[in-house]
Write a protein that binds this ligand. Structure first.
Ligand code: NAI
Ligand code: MG
Length: 492
């Protein structure tokens, strides 16, 4: 256990599972280690949840769903959510730093999550009191009154990845609380700590036992058991497309509803009329933010031929200015990757890039002076890439941007859409007509014009093609946690 880290949550005691309001050991008695990606040190051990723990957690969630929680009025749920937000506001500094220690996002990034978390909780709290059905006219002979009501879908399984669990978990926690569902949340083994601490904060704020249960554990055991569980009504999954496919298959066992937000290989197009002073740092950070571990990262950068060479040079120079280092250092702009496995994967793709004949313009190595044991890689610009190379087709999930030249607007659109994925997309231009025209032609859930990666909990966040389905955020999200029931009444 690390002797150098001081954090109130990292007190050396093993962390347990939260099931039915109790902190308990895994049924197997097993634990796993959690590493600080900046140093490679072990900072905590956590109970390793498995299928038996998932069974217990689902039973607790079902009991809570059918118990007193079902009597909570919308106003009561709203009040709880606002109290949780207030508690996060007080506790945030430690919570944000825990995420930094757990998955390696720099404090410069995690500190921005405070506003986002508070806004998300308070936005969904407002929605708790605006759930509504409809009165619908019918034409049935005689006298009948028909209307719809909305009820919570039931027990939800949330499965989240390690690239930003502090905020990702709210995408299932908030709609669960707003609608009166209950949740079994399975964080990734690589970064389970912020979910465990947030659960403590929520319990202190008055969350009833069993409404939210937290079971960290491996995907192939705990995750698979949750996805296949006959008493789970809905799965909300964020992660890779390969695992998303398994989740959808497992859901067929009892016809669960599923929302899957998956991988991406998002296009970012720079036209020769773009303001390059904005487009260069913008396109760089579209890929490098969070050390490239963002599902909608703009990893395929299409640059119009006339500006291509100068653009690549300036992009490479910009990448070199980024400060890579220990995530707890306030000066750090890019932290390490989240795990040794992810570092190996990114280095593997850099080797593939070279073997495919692409040219590493900037980065590609371990940053000078990086702490031994940390999972560091430099932000990397790769040029001479074609859209058919593996590095342009497969999700790398690291700070590696592939630059691909194009000639015409039609070529840019065709290349942008020539991918299995459809999550994010960007374009940089000074021509307002082109901005609207091209944005309509790109088949992705989100398109950003002269910006990238802007999100807000009140604005929908969706995906197309193999990047999944289901919308997060916006007024439609809670609809996925409600089912519509039609009621008929003979009135005469
Ligand atoms: P993953 O998709 O396997 O893991 C995400 C979550 O799913 C974790 O909680 C994991 O425990 C769980 N899981 C794994 N197998 C499962 C199964 N059979 N049933 C139910 N749950 C399961 O991703 P992983 O292995 O952590 O990362 C591998 C690659 O996936 C990354 O290098 C990256 O390319 C991609 N990825 C993409 C993400 C995105 O948001 N687009 C997020 C995480 C990973
Ligand atoms: Mg970790």
């Amino acid at each position: 256990m690390s002797k150098t880290i001081s954090h109130p949550f990292l007190d050396g005691r093993p962390k347990r599972l939260l099931i039915g309001g109790e902190w308990i050991e895994a049924a197997s008695g097993e634990t796993f280690d959690v590493f600080n990606p900046s140093t490679g040190e072990v900072i905590a051990t956590v109970a390793r949840g498995g299928a038996e723990d998932i069974d217990r957690a689902v039973a607790a969630a079902r009991a809570a769903f059918e118990g007193p929680w079902s009597e909570w009025k919308p106003f009561d749920r709203q009040t709880l959510m606002l109290k949780i937000a207030d508690a996060i506001e007080r506790e945030f500094d430690d919570l944000g730093r825990l995420e930094t220690l757990d998955m390696g996002a720099p404090v410069a990034r995690t500190s921005l999550f405070k506003r986002w978390m508070l806004q998300t909780l308070r936005y969904y709290a407002a929605q708790a009191v605006s759930i509504k059905g409809e009165v619908l006219e019918n034409s049935v002979p005689g006298s009948f009154f028909s209307y719809t009501v909305k009820d919570p879908v039931g027990v939800v399984g949330g499965i989240i990845p390690w690239n930003g669990p502090l905020i990702t978990q709210l995408w299932s926690i908030c709609p669960t609380l707003a609608t009166g569902c209950t949740l079994v949340l399975k964080p990734a083994e690589e970064a389970p700590l912020s979910a465990l601490r947030l659960a403590e904060i929520m319990m202190e704020a008055g969350l009833p036992a069993g409404v939210i249960n937290i079971v960290p554990g491996p995907g192939h055991t705990a995750g698979a058991a949750l996805a296949a569980h006959p008493d789970v009504d809905k799965i909300a999954f964020t992660g890779s497309t390969a695992t998303g496919r398994k989740i959808v298959e497992a859901s067929a066992s009892n016809m669960k509803t599923v929302a899957v937000e998956l991988g991406g290989k998002s296009p970012d197009i720079v036209f020769d009329d773009a303001d390059l002073d904005i487009a260069i740092p913008g396109a760089a950070m579209a890929c490098f933010n969070n050390t490239g571990q963002v599902c909608y990262a703009g990893t395929r950068l299409f640059v119009q031929r006339g500006i291509h060479d100068a653009f690549v040079e300036r992009l490479g120079a910009f990448a070199k200015t980024l400060r890579v280092g220990d995530a707890t250092d306030p000066q750090t702009q890019l932290g390490p990757l989240a795990s040794q496995a992810q570092l190996d994967r990114v280095n593997g793709y850099l080797a593939i890039a070279e073997s495919e004949g692409a040219r590493i313009v900037s980065g590609g190595g371990r940053p000078a002076g990086a702490a031994e044991g940390g999972y560091y890689v430099e932000p990397t610009v790769v040029a001479d890439v074609s859209n058919s190379m593996r590095i342009a087709r497969e999700e790398i999930f690291g700070p590696v941007v592939s630059v691909i030249p194009f000639d015409t607007e039609a070529d840019a659109i065709a290349l942008a859409n020539d991918t299995d994925y459809g999550l994010g997309g960007g374009l940089w231009t000074s021509d307002v007509g082109r901005a609207h025209r091209v944005s309509r032609k790109i088949r992705t859930g989100m398109v950003w014009i002269n910006c990238y990666g802007v999100t807000d909990p009140s604005i929908p966040y969706g995906s197309a093609k193999m990047s999944g389905y289901g919308v997060k955020g916006g007024p439609g999200h809670i609809e996925e946690y409600l089912y519509k029931k039609t009621v008929w009444l003979r009135t005469g």
